[in-house]
Design a protein around this ligand. Structure first.
Ligand code: NAD
Ligand code: TYD
Length: 337
């Protein structure tokens, strides 16, 4: 069996990747290492927790005693674990530095000692390029992160590369655009807006709603990572973008239309500080390896909205019974000027 360590496998993208990999690779044994922060949930892995080819380990990537031995026996590491929400990074950045930078350092140190390791996939983000007023970022563009989340991710991105350049660790770096799909924590714009609208709660749209994100279906992301595990060149960076550039206001209207809700439920709120206006990726390098996104955006969006509508069991406990989520929501939305 191929031993695959997935850090952050109980989060949004990680859990989709674990499920996808179990279906796609009968010769893989996957180990999820996850601290189960507010964003990591056993519920995300509910249907694969008992799979004999999947082992769940509760632990912090910053803890070398736990993470080290798991990395040392892996053939492939896919490193998703991170603090991920920009608005939380703006409130308090400490956990982002600890997990995204120091945690990555702990994993990379162990990777130096891993005899059978053939890939270390550093999951980075398009946000490391900073705001892109026009055109599309290529992998050679300068990194200009503008908030503590993207700056932490940029640090980890380059730290991972340095372990390839210095110690020959088989690192590749992926920079994906905004993912959407099932099991995304309802602080991110799409699940937040859909779940609010189910209850006719207004959706807080930042600024003028003109910020642009490039949307990538989470399964297209999983397929890209899978392709790169096989075909990438060590030490290289690969952009992963869906090619679906949408303004937040247009995204909101599409969701309202799909849910048959009135535009009066849009609540303009003050902008996010340092809000990146636009991200856009040039994906020529990845497409040359034969990957292309398969999920048409409008179809993927409709399926995603329907998933949250059909799976209240998954999100209602977070939004209604988790005091930490309520405190976050109040601090982020109700107490803002
Ligand atoms: P998420 O917040 O849903 O999940 C993060 C997971 O990491 C959670 O399960 C959490 O418990 C775990 N985790 C956090 N700190 C940990 C620690 N110290 N030790 C062990 N586990 C820990 O995030 P996501 O949206 O699934 O993102 C996954 C990765 O993809 C991140 O590295 C993120 O930067 C990157 N990324 C995300 C997007 C996106 O649109 N969501 C786009 C590009 C890149
Ligand atoms: P988000 O899902 O937080 O992802 P990211 O900031 O990593 O791109 O936000 C996506 C876009 O939606 C971003 O431009 C900010 C905007 N947004 C809102 O307008 N209102 C909200 O309540 C949230 C969470 C985001």
């Amino acid at each position: 069996m191929v031993e695959v360590l997935v850090t952050g496998g109980a989060g949004f993208i990680g859990s989709n990747f674990v499920r996808y990999a179990l279906q796609t690779h009968p010769d893989w044994h996957l180990t999820t290492l996850d601290k189960l922060t507010y964003a990591g949930r056993r519920e995300n892995l509910h249907d694969v927790m008992d799979d004999p080819r999947h082992t769940f380990v509760l632990g912090d990537i910053c803890n070398a005693d736990i993470a080290g031995p798991l990395v040392e026996r892996a053939n492939i590491v896919v490193h998703f674990a991170a603090e991920t929400h920009v608005d939380r990074a703006i409130m308090a950045a400490g956990d982002f530095i600890r997990t995204d930078v120091e945690g990555t350092f702990v994993l990379l140190e162990a990777a130096r000692r891993a005899p059978g390791l053939r890939r270390f996939v550093q999951i980075s983000t398009d946000e490391v390029y900073g705001s892109v007023p026009e055109g599309a970022s290529t992998e050679h563009d300068e990194l200009k992160p503008r908030n503590p989340y993207s700056a932490s991710k940029a640090g980890a991105d380059r730290l991972a590369y340095s372990y390839f350049a210095t110690y020959d660790v088989p690192v590749i770096v992926t920079r994906a655009s905004n993912n959407y799909g099932p099991y995304q924590f309802p602080e991110k714009v799409l699940p937040l807006f859909v779940t609010n609208l189910v209850d006719n709660i207004p959706v807080p749209l930042y600024g003028d709603g003109g910020n642009v994100r490039d949307w990538l279906h989470v399964l297209d992301h999983c397929r890209a990572v899978d392709r790169l595990i096989d075909d990438a060149r060590n030490g290289e960076v690969y952009n992963i973008g869906g090619g679906n550039e949408v303004r937040n206001l247009d995204l909101t209207h599409r969701v309202l239309d799909l849910m048959e809700k009135p535009a009066s439920l849009i609540k303009p709120v003050p902008d996010r500080p340092g809000h990146d206006r636009r991200y856009a990726l040039d994906t020529t390098k990845l497409r040359a390896l034969g990957w292309a996104p398969q999920v048409p955006f409008l179809q993927g969006l409709a399926e995603t909205v329907a998933w949250y509508q059909a799976n209240e069991w998954w999100w209602r406990p977070i939004k209604e019974r988790d005091p930490a989520f309520k405190a976050y929501y109040e601090a982020q939305y109700d107490r803002r000027p």
